[in-house]
Design a binder for this molecule. Structure first.
Ligand code: SAM
Length: 301
């Protein structure tokens, strides 16, 4: 490795990426989901979808060697990027030396105190969006952590596995629709931005990829008294996908003696007990969880 700073030009081309990797003797770690983007068009689509203004902040997860970070630094006021792999830190200080508005935080995004990081990094910016090419082995935990932390985010624009993006954006009725769709759509309006071929990464991943934009709602899509209970009902309803909503809920919330109370409760809520969990909309899940909570409070076991 040399101490000479990286000479410039976009990082996201095959030749620049290979040069940086060779210069620093970097070896990819598959276990950390290291697939680096080498396509300027895809990067443009990601950054455009985030709709950043020059007064905005961007939180990146997993900057790698800095290809997306560089684009974000040219567009936003402040970029904070959390990277787990210590070996990438000297590379990033080399490749991003020209961008004083970039801060690299070494850590696991599943463990860093996000609220503290926000307060420290993004004071004074107009709004903050997450923009990232996520490590695929932890896509769902990362997105759920971001949403459940209730951070003041505007957009989350992420490259993820195509199949997971489709599940996040799925409407009721299909096999992709499940508890992930409901959790994501409770907090956000999802929009599939583009499908991405393997060829735009070094090394190429084994799965197809897609960019998804999650526009964070100012308040959840439905109003429920007890959010944790709402999600418990959703999870229970998909416990066995082939079973009816009535069978799944009975197994989780009722006993042999009390399960007769479930069908009338569902009917009062306007839900046919023979339906499957995958056919219920968010509004129906909200109504169902309110009715079930009320029932359980009135009839404690
Ligand atoms: N942003 C770069 C790009 O587009 O070329 C790299 C993306 S690569 C798919 C994922 C990056 O996330 C890698 O740099 C990897 O080391 C990092 N990473 C993996 N797990 C992480 C975690 N739990 N927290 C933070 N970064 C992580």
């Amino acid at each position: 490795m040399t101490n000479k700073p990286y000479g410039g030009g976009d990082i996201a081309t095959p030749s620049r990426t290979k040069e940086i990797i060779a210069r620093h003797g970097f070896a990819f770690k598959k276990s950390l989901g290291q697939n680096f983007l080498i396509d300027a068009n895809i990067l443009n689509k990601i950054v455009e979808a985030a709709e950043l203004t020059p007064n905005d902040g961007a939180l990146e997860i997993g900057p790698g060697i800095g290809s997306l970070t560089e684009r974000l630094a040219r567009t936003a006021a402040k970029v904070t990027a959390v990277e787990i792999d210590q070996r990438l830190l000297p590379i990033l200080s080399d490749t991003l030396a020209a961008y004083p508005n970039v801060e690299i935080v070494h850590g696991d995004v599943l463990k860093v105190a996000l609220d503290e990081l926000f307060a420290r990094s993004f004071a004074g910016v107009d709004s903050v969006s997450v923009v990232a090419n996520l490590p695929y082995y932890v896509t769902t935990p990362i997105v759920m952590r971001l949403l459940e932390a209730k951070l003041p985010l505007r957009n989350i624009v992420v490259m993820i596995q195509k199949e997971v993006a489709e599940r996040m954006a799925a409407a009721p009725g299909g096999k992709e629709y499940g508890s992930l769709s409901i959790a994501v759509q409770y907090y956000c309006e999802p929009e599939l931005v583009t499908v991405v071929p393997h060829t735009v990464f070094i090394p190429q991943p084994n799965v197809d990829s897609a960019v998804i934009k999650l526009k964070v709602r100012s308040r959840p899509a439905v109003e429920v008294k007890d959010e944790a209970f709402f999600f418990e009902v959703v999870h229970a309803s998909f416990a066995q996908r082939r079973k009816t909503i009535s069978n799944n809920l009975a197994a989780r919330f009722f006993t042999k003696e009390t399960k007769g109370e479930l069908a009338p409760l569902l009917e009062r809520t306007g839900i046919d007990p023979s339906r499957r969990g995958e056919t219920l909309s968010l509004e129906e899940y909200a109504r169902l969880s309110e009715a079930l909570l009320e029932h359980i409070r009135r009839n404690p076991t």
